[in-house]
Design a protein. Structure first.
Length: 136
């Protein structure tokens, strides 16, 4: 029974990794490629590590597999975000079919400064009631 579970996990993991590779080849621009590799590649690696943990059935191997899965789960989205952001800032062209570019009005390519949009908001002064306490 464990052999079937291991086989399914390894095959599903391999399928997700192949899907990630196809996404890199077929998708038109850097952000969509990063999305494919992050989601499908990370899930494929996690499934593979699950298969490895069940195959060996040892607590130390399972603990290492869980640690690897947690590491991938935490670092893959951050790495993809940083790589995608660096690609955007270096001028990598977006796909012609891109509908919305949220960074376009916030990024200054001359100074390489990215505004969050919060700079425009001014903090409100608390209003006081007759008793000296602020309104809630």
């Amino acid at each position: 029974m464990i052999e079937i579970l291991v086989s399914v996990l390894l095959l599903v993991g391999a399928a997700f990794m192949v899907l990630a590779a196809i996404g890199v080849l077929r998708l038109p621009d850097l952000p969509t490629r990063m999305h494919a590799t992050t989601k499908a590649g990370a899930l494929g690696a996690m499934m593979t590590m699950g298969g490895v943990a069940f195959y060996f059935g040892d607590s130390t191997v399972a603990a290492r597999a869980v640690a690897i899965v947690i590491f991938i789960f935490l670092t893959a989205p951050i790495a993809a975000h940083v790589i995608g952001r660096a690609g955007y800032f270096t001028g990598t062209k977006l796909w012609a079919g891109t509908i919305k570019d949220e960074l376009q009005e916030r990024y200054d390519p001359v100074t390489h400064k990215l505004n969050s949009g919060l700079e425009e908001l001014k903090p409100e002064q608390p209003t006081r009631t007759g008793k000296g306490t602020s309104n809630q």
